[in-house]
Design a binder for this molecule. Structure first.
Ligand code: SAM
Length: 273
């Protein structure tokens, strides 16, 4: 069974391998067969299509597994991007693996990784959290669960819910750096980067349209304030440091004005043994 990624908007993102595998497949399982027929026609793929979507996946899964066991080559595609990623397919893959059927991924576009790659946010590790719930209570719960996540969190969100989701994000998680990646790979592709407040302001006077990926940076670490008295005591007690150097160093390390540190250093010096 082949898990075949298809473009998320720009047909030029279809891979040569995806076209070949779909041409060679005995059966192509697709979420929306009418939608996928247009894609297949564009690439001259005649393929036999059958539907596989959320509400028929148990029954259809059985049928597909039967065909696979009989030796058929089945390709799974979704409406856009990589199947199984916020799209149907996971149970079929799980059952195929359990039945000893080879599962071969044919990689290509996925909105989450596409958005992350150009977001400008740290990419070394991240969390993909799928769709935010549409109901406010559940949405806030999900946001709260990931409030202390130390990595970038990637959400999928519907355009008409974006303002409400950002308002909830601000309330539940506080100010963050975020990126809204809209209409990726399409004509009106847009990245809106900034704090939650700035991004909300940017969408305040226009209708949010198209497909959206929301990326949320972790809370910025606030450096613990440096205790200037502790530093002063330590440096004043160091015979290798002059009074002048002590004042300069503590002012630089704490960001407290030099004159203030100087006065405090004089006081503390009197208390030293
Ligand atoms: N399987 C797909 C993938 O690999 O990205 C995701 C399918 S999920 C049902 C659809 C959601 O993905 C959209 O609601 C949107 O949040 C996001 N998405 C898909 N295409 C997009 C695009 N071109 N630009 C921005 N977001 C997109």
């Amino acid at each position: 069974m082949y898990i075949v990624a298809t473009p998320i908007g720009n047909l030029e993102d279809m891979t040569f391998r995806a076209v070949r595998i779909l041409k060679e497949a005995d059966l192509i399982a697709a979420e929306d067969t009418r939608h996928s027929r247009r894609l297949l026609n564009h690439f001259g793929i005649a393929g036999h299509l059958t539907s596989y979507f959320d509400h028929n996946k148990s029954l259809k899964g059985e049928y597909l597994l039967e065909r696979l066991r009989d030796g058929a080559h089945v390709a799974l595609i979704s409406d856009a991007g990589t199947p199984c990623i916020s799209d149907p397919g996971y149970q079929l893959v799980r059952d195929a693996v359990a039945a000893g059927i080879a599962v071969v991924p044919i990689p290509g576009a996925s909105a989450a990784v596409t958005a992350l790659s150009a977001s400008g946010l740290p990419t070394d590790s991240f969390t993909f959290a799928g769709f935010l719930p549409s109901k406010q209570g559940k949405r806030r719960e999900k946001l709260a669960q990931l409030r202390d996540e130390g990595r970038v969190v990637i959400y999928y969100e519907a355009p008409h819910r974006l303002p409400a989701a950002l308002a909830d994000l601000l309330e539940v998680c506080g100010e963050r750096q975020i990126v809204v990646a809209r209409e990726l790979t399409k004509l009106y592709e847009e990245f809106v980067r900034g704090s939650v407040t700035e991004v909300l302001a940017s969408f305040a006077h226009r209708e949010v349209k198209g497909e959206i990926v929301l990326l949320v940076a972790p809370a910025e670490e606030v450096a613990a304030p440096v205790d200037s008295d502790e530093l002063l005591n330590r440096y004043l007690a160091d015979p290798n440091l002059s009074f002048r150097d002590t004042v300069s160093m503590v002012a630089a390390e704490t960001g407290v004005p030099r004159s203030e540190i100087y006065g405090r250093a004089l006081e503390l010096r009197k208390t030293l043994p």
